[in-house]
Design a protein around this ligand. Structure first.
Ligand SMILES: [Mg+2]
Length: 431
């Protein structure tokens, strides 16, 4: 610990406070299930073991991209998110399987159950990663490395898949550690050796440094985590604002964020729904037809959670794979599909109109949990209250008779675009 204490007293302690010294005595693990989807598929069908395997979306509905791959497939240079036809060119013997999300969820829960034998402080990060704060478990189970090694053995033995674990004194370095050695490995980054272990690494290895932020940092001559750590804070702040300050702290080992189990931080921040259309959207009617069901989905989920939104955003992905996002603040918080659609469509109208559209995503954010439309004499708001009641009734009908029970006449123009499954003789009613 001497190195860390000396480091904290060399002019940075005023930035982080006295408590920081104690917080560097934490032991945080980051556990990452290796090639998770592909490993789970190999467990499901052992005949896949040893073969190059990719979990892919459905090419029929233009979702034919690689969602995950195993090490054998990686050897052929196959990458996540690459189109299936391209992957097959690289490796004609590639075995492609559709995803089984239910099974992945079961594996994920089983792994969490193992983690919970060592600590109550388990924070999931996606379906295949978790942070564990094992500071108070060291007396019983031994140091971080010992706990990490034991977890690795148990996951392998009990679940038949492997995991990489990073062990450090904060979440950011623990996560970085789990990425350094794969598969089935433990990497320790201590307060005493983090400068030699972490600082030579490319700056993109640091959590939250995406491609855009990485580019900006490189323009300032910062290409390693060490260069970021040693750069003057004011310079990094000028370059990246608040994000820069946060990343500079991370690079210096000054991440004190707690490991927080979901029950303590599961407030919903946004509700979104997106879909790649089965064909390109080439006119306004196509867009309306594809957009409405997304807004209905968001609206009904907001109602189920008793939330209202104050902001609606729309992401548009064009057929040339460029994309853009726009957002609009609403004058009154709302959650009806009509209002969300109006806002989203208005946003679409101000986007690039010459290109055809491949995918749309609608997101409701700036959420409010008051749960009810405020009563008002304003006729516009009274209209919203009425629509709210109507849409709540539609939610009930769909819950009882299925999603295709009631739909908008607009959806009839192209049921594939609006993702409505019409069955002959069903109890469907036009609206
Ligand atoms: Mg993983």
């Amino acid at each position: 610990m001497s190195g860390q204490s000396e480091f904290l007293t060399s002019g940075i302690s005023d930035l982080v406070g006295i408590d920081a010294v104690n917080k560097t005595n934490r032991t945080v693990l980051h556990s990452d299930l290796n090639n998770f989807f592909a490993s789970a598929e190999c467990r499901l069908d052992p005949s896949l073991c040893g073969k190059p395997v990719a979990v892919t979306g459905d090419p029929e509905t233009r979702h034919g991209i690689v969602l995950a791959k195993n090490y054998e497939a990686k050897k052929y240079g196959i990458q996540t998110a690459e189109p299936l036809f391209q992957a097959l060119k690289k490796c004609p013997s590639l075995v492609c399987v559709r995803p089984h999300y239910e099974v992945y969820r079961e594996f994920s829960e089983a792994a969490k159950k193992i983690y919970s034998d060592y600590t109550e402080l388990v924070e999931p990060f996606g379906i295949d990663e978790c942070w564990l704060d094992v500071s108070d478990s060291r007396r019983i189970f031994g140091d971080g490395k010992k706990i990490a090694d034991e977890i690795r053995l148990r996951i392998k033995k009990e679940l038949g898949i492997t995991v990489s674990v990073g062990v450090s004194f904060n979440k950011v370095f623990a996560k970085l550690g789990s990425d350094l050695k794969k598969p089935d490995a433990t990497t320790v980054i201590s307060a005493d050796d983090f400068k030699s272990a972490v600082w030579p690494l490319p700056v993109e290895e640091l959590l939250f440094v995406g491609r855009a932020v990485g580019e900006k940092l490189k323009k300032c001559g910062i290409n390693t985590i060490g260069k970021l750590a040693l750069a003057p804070l004011s310079g990094v702040r000028d370059c990246l604002g608040k994000t820069g300050v946060m990343l500079w702290k991370y690079a210096n080992g000054l991440d004190f964020s707690p490991v927080t189990p979901p029950s303590e931080n599961d407030t919903v921040k946004s509700v979104s729904c997106g879909r790649t259309a089965p064909r390109d959207l080439v006119c306004d009617d196509d867009v309306r037809c594809a957009l409405y069901p997304l807004c209905e989905n968001v609206s009904s989920r907001l109602r189920a959670k008793n939330l209202m939104c104050r902001t609606v955003s729309l992401s548009v992905r064009y057929s040339d794979f460029t994309s853009l996002e726009k957002q609009k603040k609403l004058t009154v918080p709302c959650r009806t599909s009509c209002e969300i659609f109006s806002a989203a469509y208005e946003l679409f109208k101000i986007t690039e109109r010459k290109k055809s559209v491949r995918a749309l995503t609608v997101c409701a954010s700036n959420l409010d949990s008051t749960g009810e439309v405020q009563l008002s004499l304003d006729p516009d708001i009274q209209k919203i209250v009425k629509r709210e009641k109507l849409e709540a009734a539609l939610d009930t009908l769909r819950a009882v008779y299925g999603k295709g029970a009631v739909f908008r006449a607009l959806s009839m123009t192209d049921s594939a675009l609006s993702n409505i499954k019409l069955s002959p003789g069903s109890r469907s009613k036009k609206l």
